[in-house]
Write a protein that binds this ligand. Structure first.
Ligand SMILES: Nc1nc2c(ncn2[C@@H]2O[C@H](COP(=O)(O)OP(=O)(O)OP(=O)(O)O)[C@@H](O)[C@H]2O)c(=O)[nH]1
Ligand SMILES: [Mg+2]
Length: 730
C-alpha cells in the first residue's frame, strides 16, 4: 500500500451496518450479523472511487463513545486517534455510519470524533427502514446544520454507493468538519489550562478531543498514550476536575449533558414520523413471548431442537450419496493400482479413506450454518442472550458473554476473539476459558458418525436427532460449574455490570447472505479436508502401514495352515481362503505398525472407558484437531482388512468391529456405552491446537496449559463414568 494513499475509516455505533457498507464498497466479504459486536478487529480493503482514485477503507468494531471500555472499542478509538499497535497516523477522513432510527444517539459519537480534528462524511444507513416506517428526514437541512455531507445509504441492498463515493471524493479535497459544541466557560477554561500545561509546556501531542477524555473519563485510555507517566499529571487533572465540580459540572456526567444540549436543537424540523405505531407494537408483541422468563426458554429449546433434528434428517440423503461416491472412488483407485500395492493402499485407504470419511459430513455442516445464519440475521440471537442473563450472572459471566459463547458453537476461535467486547476483565477471562466447551462444528462429524452407527439403527431418527441435540449441551453443562468456580477463585474483578447489549430490530434474513454463510463454512470445511485432514491422513497412514516385516506374513500363513490346502479345492474356496489370509495378515501388520504399537501401549489408559487400541489411536491422533478421529478410524479399518466391500461406509464398519484378543474376543468393540463414552470425551476434551494458541494469545500460555489439562482430565473422567455406568444397563 502506497504511503501517500488516502485512508478512510468507517466508524459508528454497533450494528449500524459498517461492515455491510465496507463489503458493499470494497467488494470484500467480511462477516456481518444482526447483533452488536460482530466486528472485533480492524479490517482493511481497497475502495476504488469513480474518478479512479483508490483509497484504503478501514472497517472498525462498533462503539458508542470514545471512552473505550472494552478491547474492541479500544481498537476503534486507537485507529481514530492514530495511536495503538499499528502506529499509523489518524485516517484522512472518517465515514460515520449512522442508523437512521437512532440519529441522536449515533451523532453523539460523531460529535466526539469531530473533536479529534478529522474531516467526516455521514452515511445515514438503513434508509430503507426509514422509508418503510414513514420516517422522513430532511437531509439537506441536516447537512447544512451539521456542516458535513449527509448521504442516505442502504448497505444491505447496495444502494447509495455512487452518492457516497462522490461525497467522499469531494470531502477528500474540502475536508468538511462537523459543527462543534461551544463549551460553557468553566469547561473551556479547564480545557485551555490542560492544553497549556500538557501540550505547550510538556510537549504532549494531544488534540482537543483527547484533552476532553482526560477531564471527562477517569479511566480513559488516553492516559496510557502520554509520554510522561500519567501519575505525574494526576494532581493537575484532579485539580481541574475538582474545579469543574465546584462550578456545578459533575465531570463524569457533564459531557453527555452538554453535548446533547448542543445536538438536540440541530434536529428541530429534521425528523417527521408518520404512523409508526403499528410496526413497533408488532415487534413488541413478539418480544413479549421470546423474552418471557418461561415461554422464552421453551421457544429457545424448541428452536434448537428443530435445528439439530433438521441437521440430522435433511442432510441424510445427500450424505449417503457422498458416501457411495467415496466408496466408488476407493474401488476405482484400488483397481487401477493393483500393480503397486503400497501406492494402492496410500491412495485408496490413506487418502480417499481418510479425507472421504471426513467429507461425507459436509451436508450437515451446510444445514447447520443455514440455521445459524437465519437465527443471527433475524435478530433472534440477541434475544436469546437476554434469556440467559440470570444464569450468566450466577456464573459470574456478563450478558456480553453470550455472543462469544454462541459463536463458539461454530468454532471456539472466533468465539474467543469475540470476548474482546466484554469490558469486565474477569468475565472476559472466564468466557475465554469455557468457550472451548461449547460444541463446535468439528465435533459434529464425531457425533454424527457414532449416533448414525449405534443410536439410529436401534432407536430411529427421532431419538438420534434428540441425542445430537443433547450432545451439544454436554459441554455447556460442565461449563457452568467451571465458570462458577472460576468466578469465586479468580481475583476480584469489577462488580457484575448490568446487561448492556442493545436489542436489534427484527430483520428479514437476506437469502444471498444465508447462502454466502453456508458457502463460506462449506468452503472452510472442504479446505480443512484438503489441508489438515489430507496431511494428517498421509501421516497416519504411514504410521499405520510401516514397518512391514516379511516374517509377519509367513508367520500368519503358517499359523493359518495354508500350506495344507494344496490345490484340491474349488476356485471359490481358494479365493475365500486367500481373502481370509490376507485379512489376517493385514490385521497383524496393523497391530505391529508404529501407531499400532503406540495405541496398544496407551490402550490401558482408555480401557476403563471401554476403548480398544484402535479407538485409542483415533483419540490420541485427534489432539491437534478433533475431526482427525474420523479419518483415522477410516484408515485404521481400511488397513486392518476389516472392510468387506470398498463401498462399506464407516458406520457399517464400526458396527461390525470385533475385539481381537482377551476375554472380550469376538464381541463387538462398539456398543452404546462405548459410543456415548467417546462422544462425551470429544464433547469435553481440549483437542484443538488452534484454540490453545488463541487462548495463549488472548490470555497467556499458563492459562492455555491449565485449560488443556483441566479439560482433558475432565473428559477422561466423564468418559470413564459414562462407560462404567452405561454397561450396568446393557
Ligand atoms: N434494513 C437494512 N439492514 C441493514 C442495512 N445495512 C446493514 N443492515 C443489517 O444490519 C445488521 C448489522 O450489519 P453489520 O454490517 O454487521 O453492522 P456493523 O455496524 O458492522 O456491526 P458491528 O460490527 O457489530 O458493530 C445486519 O443484519 C445487516 O444485514 C441497511 O441499509 N438496511
Ligand atoms: Mg461490523
Amino acid at each position: 500500500m502506497a504511503a501517500d494513499q488516502i485512508r478512510v475509516a468507517l466508524i459508528g455505533n454497533p450494528n449500524t451496518g459498517k461492515t455491510s457498507l465496507f463489503n458493499m464498497l470494497t467488494g470484500l466479504r467480511q462477516r456481518i450479523g444482526n447483533y452488536s459486536g460482530v466486528t472485533v478487529e480492524k479490517k482493511t480493503g481497497i475502495w476504488s472511487l469513480p474518478k479512479g482514485q483508490d483509497v484504503e477503507l478501514i472497517d472498525l468494531p462498533g462503539t458508542y463513545s470514545l471512552s473505550a471500555s472494552s478491547l474492541d472499542e479500544r481498537i476503534a478509538v486507537d485507529v481514530l486517534a492514530g495511536h495503538g499497535q499499528s502506529d499509523q497516523p489518524a485516517p484522512d477522513l472518517i465515514i460515520v455510519v449512522v442508523d437512521v432510527e437512532n440519529l441522536r444517539r449515533n451523532l453523539f459519537l460523531a460529535s466526539q470524533a469531530s473533536e479529534l480534528g478529522v474531516p467526516m462524511v455521514i452515511a445515514l444507513n438503513c434508509w430503507d427502514v426509514a422509508e418503510k416506517k414513514g420516517l422522513q428526514i430532511d437531509c439537506k437541512l441536516l447537512e447544512q446544520r451539521l456542516a458535513v455531507p449527509v448521504v442516505p445509504t442502504v448497505a444491505k441492498y447496495q444502494r447509495g454507493t455512487q452518492e457516497l463515493a462522490e461525497a467522499v471524493e469531494r470531502a477528500i479535497d474540502t475536508r468538511p468538519m462537523l459543527v462543534r459544541p461551544k463549551w460553557p466557560e468553566p469547561v473551556q477554561k479547564a480545557l485551555d489550562l490542560l492544553h497549556q500545561e500538557l501540550v505547550v509546556e510538556r510537549g504532549e501531542s494531544l488534540r482537543e478531543g483527547e484533552l476532553q477524555r482526560l477531564i471527562f473519563d477517569r479511566k480513559s485510555a488516553v492516559r496510557e498514550r502520554l509520554k510522561s507517566p500519567a501519575q505525574e499529571y494526576e494532581p493537575l487533572i484532579k485539580g481541574v476536575r475538582d474545579k469543574l465540580y465546584q462550578d456545578g459540572y459533575q465531570p463524569d456526567a457533564a459531557e453527555s449533558l452538554l453535548r446533547f444540549r448542543f445536538l438536540n436543537p440541530l434536529f428541530n424540523d429534521i425528523l417527521e414520523r408518520q404512523a409508526l405505531v403499528k410496526e413497533r407494537s408488532k415487534s413488541e408483541g413478539i418480544d413479549q413471548l421470546l423474552l418471557h422468563k418461561f415461554w422464552g426458554l421453551v421457544v429457545f429449546v424448541g428452536m434448537m431442537y428443530v435445528v439439530f433434528q433438521s441437521v440430522y434428517t435433511w442432510a441424510g440423503p445427500i450424505m449417503d450419496l457422498i458416501e457411495t461416491s467415496v466408496g466408488w472412488a476407493q474401488e476405482i483407485a484400488a483397481n487401477a493400482l493393483t500393480a503397486t500395492p503400497m501406492l494402492q493402499s496410500l491412495i485408496a485407504d490413506g487418502i480417499i479413506g481418510g479425507v472421504g470419511s471426513f467429507l461425507v459430513f459436509l451436508p450437515q455442516i451446510l444445514v447447520l450454518f443455514f440455521f445459524i445464519s437465519i437465527l443471527e440475521e433475524s435478530g433472534y440471537m440477541a434475544r436469546a442472550a437476554f434469556l440467559m442473563d440470570k444464569l450468566f450472572q450466577w456464573c459470574g459471566l456478563n450478558g456480553k458473554s453470550f455472543v462469544p459463547l454462541l459463536s463458539s458453537f461454530a468454532c471456539a476461535i472466533p468465539g474467543i476473539m469475540a470476548t474482546r467486547t466484554i469490558n469486565d476483565n474477569k468475565a472476559r477471562m472466564i468466557t475465554i476459558l469455557i468457550a472451548p466447551l461449547m460444541s463446535c462444528s468439528a465435533r459434529l462429524p464425531v457425533y454424527l458418525l457414532l449416533i448414525g452407527a449405534f443410536i439410529e439403527p436401534k432407536y430411529g431418527p427421532a431419538v438420534a436427532g434428540t441425542m445430537l441435540f443433547v450432545m451439544h449441551f454436554v459441554g455447556a453443562l460442565l461449563a457452568m460449574p467451571i465458570a462458577w468456580t472460576l468466578n469465586r477463585t479468580l481475583n476480584k474483578g469489577r462488580k457484575p455490570e448490568p446487561f448492556v447489549m442493545e436489542l436489534p430490530h427484527y430483520r428479514i434474513p437476506q437469502i444471498q447472505h444465508t447462502f454466502f454463510r453456508m458457502y463460506e463454512s462449506g468452503k472452510e470445511f472442504v479446505m480443512r479436508a484438503g489441508t489438515v485432514i489430507f496431511a494428517m491422513s498421509i501421516i497416519i497412514w504411514t504410521l499405520l502401514y510401516f514397518p512391514r516385516p516379511a516374517e509377519v506374513e509367513s508367520a500368519i500363513a503358517n499359523d493359518f495352515g495354508y500350506a495344507q490346502t494344496e490345490d484340491t479345492h474349488s476356485l471359490e474356496y481358494e479365493e475365500s481362503i486367500h481373502g481370509k489370509l490376507a485379512n489376517r495378515v493385514d490385521a497383524a501388520l496393523l497391530e505391529q505398525s508404529y501407531m499400532g504399537r503406540f495405541g496398544k501401549f496407551m490402550q490401558p489408559v482408555f480401557a476403563p472407558a471401554g476403548y480398544d487400541w484402535k479407538i485409542t489411536v483415533g483419540v490420541l491422533a485427534s489432539f491437534p484437531a478433533r475431526e482427525i478421529i474420523i479419518s483415522t478410524l477410516g484408515i485404521t479399518y481400511a488397513l486392518g482388512g476389516e472392510v468387506d466391500e470398498a463401498s462399506d461406509d464407516l458406520r457399517t464398519t464400526l458396527s461390525n468391529a470385533k475385539w481381537e484378543h482377551g476375554k472380550l474376543a469376538g464381541k463387538p468393540v462398539f456398543n452404546i456405552p462405548v459410543a456415548l463414552s467417546i462422544m462425551v470425551f470429544f464433547a469435553l476434551c481440549m483437542q484443538c491446537g488452534a484454540t490453545l494458541a488463541v487462548i495463549a494469545k488472548e490470555l497467556n500460555w499458563r492459562w492455555a496449559i491449565a485449560s488443556f489439562f483441566t479439560l482433558t482430565g475432565a473428559a477422561w473422567v466423564a468418559a470413564v463414568l459414562t462407560y462404567q455406568i452405561g454397561i450396568l444397563f446393557v
